[in-house]
Design a protein around this ligand. Sequence first.
Ligand SMILES: CC(C)[C@H](C(=O)O)[C@@H](O)C(=O)O
Ligand code: SF4
Length: 482
Amino acid sequence: MGSTLYDKVFDLHTVRSYGDGRCQLFIGLHLVHEATSPQAFAMLRERGLPVLMPERNVATADHVIPTDTIARPFLDQLGEDMLTRLEENTTNFGLRFLSPGSGEYGIVHVVGPEQGLTQPGMTIACGDSHTSTHGAFGAVALGIGTSQVRDVLATQTVTMNRLKVRRIQIDGELNPGVTAKDVILHIIHELGVVGGVGYAYEFAGEVIEAMSMDERMTICNMAVEGGARCGYVNPDEKTFEFLKGRPAVPTGEAWDRAVTWWKWVASDADAEYDDVVLMRGADIRPMVTWGINLEQSVPIDGLLPQIDETSPEAAASFAEAYDYMGMKPGTSLSEYPIDVAFIGSCTNGRVSDFVEVATALERSGAHVAPGVRALAVPGSNAVREELIRRGIDKVLEKAGFEFRLAGCSMCLAMNPDKLVGQELAASSSNRNFKGRQGSPTGRTMILSPLAVAAAAVNGSVCDPTSVFGQAVTTPDSEGVLA
Ligand SMILES: CC(C)[C@H](C(=O)O)[C@@H](O)C(=O)O
Ligand code: SF4
């Protein structure tokens, strides 16, 4: 019987088993950002400990970075303090820092793959739940808490239980206008936000195989929103093609050896899974969330659901969501004007996301509706520079978008980009929780970048094909930097 990628990687990185189900796992790459590392470094300092393997730890700045100017000091004192701490800590502990000044900065889950730091068969950890993104390359990529960040800095290991593995196999083809974002929203809608607890999700099947690396990253990014601790796609030729030539990727004979190992680490054809879920690509429609958790979603042209009366808890959760969102069962989202359209984040802030949107905007000649504030925020500075090189910034600006500097921006709003009051946002990010985008009463709908652009033009959520026509999804580059 064969093994899954997850089990192969877990076994090969197990330093020791405690006998109670927990294992100490070696971490090949630890990514660090300013929001979850200050306390961890402080704990090291208290105990007089160094970072054990500085060369396996790489830092970037993303959450607090303003997207209008990165001139120092930042106007936001909290952000300025966090960045200063990270600068001090990376200098004092000898870590590589992809700093704003170096131009290499960006969202941690965008820069890792961009630099080629993220590779198949690795264990990757970061004090950030969306570390699951890196699983797109066939890595076991785990979000960890601040005390585990401390542990990894001090020992290059974490202690954790082995997860079960659920294969989510999607066969067939997607319909026109259906994107990777719709696929993951569909999966979460079907399996629920806690359905993946205790599991690693293996995404497989013809639909996943046909996807670009950028699209696979979008899917794996939100595995964690379905409750799975990590998600991954088995590495294939597309993975190798993406990685080849990137700064941290081996060359020459070492490249050949790496590819041999990367091929071996993929799940075996006869691997056994704890669970298998089969889906058909043709059943998936463009999706949008209407509520305050990620399973509260509907097909974009559907009506909002009636209150779920199957249990008192379900009914209460629906009622709470409708009350917060100021929406009613049986209505269409097209009835609710949006105030903000946000394209960006580690889910959908890569080159191909903006190219797709810009292509649709340019072909249709469409313009952002009056009264809508539309933001295009690249996931990294390299993404931004590539977009400028290709003239995408001009297309977006001509259509009425603000083209901003890189960062997490309004995904979480730990920086000046925030909703105001009860503003309603159409957002390409990954969470729609209450107050997520910076205003305690702000409202968020999660959808694909293309659907965000369509909502920006239309003034409210609509099927992107109604604004941009059928030829909406033009497969473009993998976000490969020139
Ligand atoms: C700040 C960080 C801890 C957080 C996470 O873990 O995901 C953030 O990135 C988010 O998206 O909410
Ligand atoms: S873009 Fe959003 S989800 Fe991603 S790391 Fe930043 S705050 Fe978290």
